[in-house]
Design a protein. Structure first.
Length: 465
């Protein structure tokens, strides 16, 4: 016999002569262990892997073969061991029925022919080896499926769940015991046709999944269909942010085009008048500059997020940077009736950074705070040294930020929900630029808010020089 895997055969027989005959018949093809009674075999089993096949004499000095067989079948670790029972010549049909009921796979009546014994043991070993291979393959497949990012269910022809990987159990919010054997519709009652007619997307909690149903090409047991759920929340959010950005961009670009068009029509329709021409030219210039600023914002955001800029680092006092950022936004703050409190320590705040880019960071944060703070609102900027870091807090008492959006606000084109005709405008690129520039300086930025209409706080941390 050519072994599929190294095979182990144990012989349990209290007759030294029979043991010798059995060993000669089997030693050429298998690794053998011999035992004179059931107890010694069971003791040996405690510290060793079970055999591929067990040749077990019915009559033993301590416990008979039926008792040994029943013990093996009651233990999950040995329940699959192949057993050939050796019986005496005076065995009855009832005895053989009892032998098979105890869990024996086969039997032979002494004295047996060595060739027949070898053939039956080899057949049992082949079955054991193929079963072990199948178990290894199933374990590898389950491990592979558990490492997949998608949730995967397998269901049978009645849509009962026969398998669920770790991600699937997490989505269902249940253990394997509570899931296996249950109808798929019980797991997701809001989507009763998930297996037969899956929708394009399913919303489960705050996540969005894209389902895919595939029939198994081969018969792999009770499972006939796999249902996978891929988390596409980020993709959906990106698509939504893109659509909102395009709508916002269209609106922002349309705003200056309308007065430009009106001014151009005025120049064409009215008689030449120096004052009117001057006013029309001023409108065209002002709105054209607004469009240029919008386009410059996009180009700048693109360069920053793609790492296409070089920082001009120098040792500087961050307090001066903050003063300049406040000056840059003072006109906007005054026009909105905002008040701003700037708190700086008496000692310098030394950092190794690019003064222009850091000024851009804090100007963006102040612009953002003004954008989402109602007229007459209050903002504050406070900086201090904490150990090896310089910490700057920019606070406002504006509309606040939902906790679910704390990370999203730093994503390109993401904006808080607001009407398209909000006067302050903007394209949703400022905070993305802030995060990128701060990280290029070796720092971090985070946001917190107590909730709607409770204001927000952005905290920037930079290494101290």
């Amino acid at each position: 016999m050519t072994n599929l895997m190294p095979s182990s055969v144990w012989i349990v027989d209290d007759s030294a002569l029979d043991t010798e005959i059995l060993s000669r018949a089997l030693s050429a093809d298998h690794r053998l262990h011999t035992f004179a009674d059931g107890s010694s075999m069971l003791e040996y089993l405690v510290g060793h892997a079970p055999p591929d096949a067990l040749v077990l004499d019915w009559t033993l000095p301590d416990m008979n073969g039926l008792e040994v067989c029943r013990f093996l079948r009651s233990n999950p670790a040995t329940s699959q061991v192949g057993v050939i029972m050796l019986t005496g010549i005076r065995v009855t049909i009832e005895d053989l029925a009892e032998c098979m009921a105890a869990g024996a796979n086969d039997y032979l009546i002494k004295p047996m022919r060595p060739a027949e014994l070898a053939a039956r043991v080899n057949a049992l070993v082949r079955s054991s080896v193929w079963r072990r291979r199948a178990e290894h393959a199933e374990t590898a497949l389950r491990t592979l499926l558990d490492q997949q990012p998608d949730a995967v269910f397998a269901v049978d022809a009645e849509s009962n769940i026969t398998f669920a990987n770790t991600q699937a159990l997490a989505i269902a919010g249940r253990s394997a015991i509570d899931v296996l054997g249950r109808p798929m519709r019980d797991m997701f009652p809001q989507f009763p046709d998930l297996v037969t007619s899956p929708p394009a997307e399913v919303q489960l909690g705050d996540r969005v999944y894209s389902p895919a149903v595939k029939k198994l090409v081969v018969d792999a047991g009770p499972a006939s269909v796999t249902v996978s759920l891929r988390d596409v929340t980020d993709v959906v959010e990106s698509a939504r942010a893109r659509d909102e950005f395009l709508a916002m961009l269209s609106h922002e670009l349309r705003n200056p085009l309308a007065p430009i068009r009106s001014a151009a029509e005025l120049l064409l329709r009215v008689p030449a008048d120096e004052a009117r021409v001057l006013r029309a030219a001023q409108v065209i210039e002002r709105q054209t500059l607004r469009m240029v600023r919008l386009i410059d914002q996009l180009l700048e955001a693109s360069r920053v997020t793609r790492g296409r800029i070089d920082l001009q680092r120098e040792k500087l006092d961050l307090a001066n940077v903050l003063r300049h950022a406040v000056e840059n936004t003072q006109t906007l703050l005054t026009s909105n009736g905002h008040t701003l409190e700037l708190t700086l320590p008496d000692q310098p705040l030394p950092v190794d950074g690019d003064a222009v880019r850091l000024e851009q960071v804090f100007s963006n944060l102040l612009d953002n705070a003004a954008k989402y703070t109602p007229n007459g609102g209050h903002m504050s900027v406070a900086a201090e040294r904490q150990g090896d870091a310089i910490v700057v807090r920019v606070r406002d008492n504006g509309i606040g930020i939902a906790a679910a959006n704390f990370e999203r606000v730093f994503v390109m084109f993401h904006q808080a929900k607001r009407d398209l005709d909000r006067a302050q405008g903007g394209l949703g690129v400022g905070l993305s630029v802030v995060k990128t520039l701060i990280e290029m300086h070796g720092g971090s930025v985070s946001v917190s808010s107590a909730g709607e209409n409770q204001g927000s706080e952005f905290v920037v941390r930079l290494p101290s020089a």
